[in-house]
Design a protein around this ligand. Structure first.
Ligand code: GDP
Length: 141
């Protein structure tokens, strides 16, 4: 089991001023932030990041949403990080998300759902590499 996952505070949550509150939840849940930046994704970057969803009907909407403003990708570390972080954020649709989860607290719809989380160890590695070079990741501390 890998100890890392890739989280993103998505443009809706950044725009709403919830970046700090979301990072606070993440840290209080025991994750260490090993890398973080604020970026505005280009269309090309968002299309690449969500390539796995390219056959889904909402792909175009998803790409446009992710480019609609700045977002905050982070590499997080914790034992069993992928599963633990997905538990912390809750279901894709905030209406289905458990009480106290980040999406229940901050998401407004299934599309604009405040945060991203990797769905496997393999994708976590690829997604971290999408945003961060080796020198941008803390090696200790
Ligand atoms: P996740 O792993 O919980 O983020 O969910 P998915 O992998 O199923 O979907 C990826 C992302 O696509 C979600 O986090 C949403 O931002 C977006 N998404 C999912 N379903 C829909 C939809 O029906 N319409 C739109 N516009 N976006 C969606």
């Amino acid at each position: 089991m890998s100890k890392i996952t890739l989280a993103i505070v998505k443009p809706d949550a950044v725009k709403a001023g919830n970046t700090g509150a979301i990072i606070d939840h993440i840290i209080k849940a025991g994750f260490k932030v090993k890398a973080m930046k604020m970026v505005r994704m280009t269309k090309e970057s968002a299309m690449g990041f969500y390539e796995v969803h390219k056959e889904r009907p909402f792909y175009g909407e998803l790409v446009d949403f992710m480019c609609s403003g700045p977002c905050v990708p982070m590499m997080l570390e914790k034992e069993n990080a992928v599963a633990e972080y997905r538990k912390l954020i809750g279901a894709t649709d905030p209406a289905q998300a458990d009480e106290g989860t980040i999406r229940k607290l901050f998401a407004t719809s299934k599309a604009e759902n405040a945060v991203h989380g990797s769905d496997s160890d393999e994708n976590a590695k690829l997604e971290v590499a999408h945003f961060f070079s080796r020198g941008e990741i803390l090696s200790n501390g």
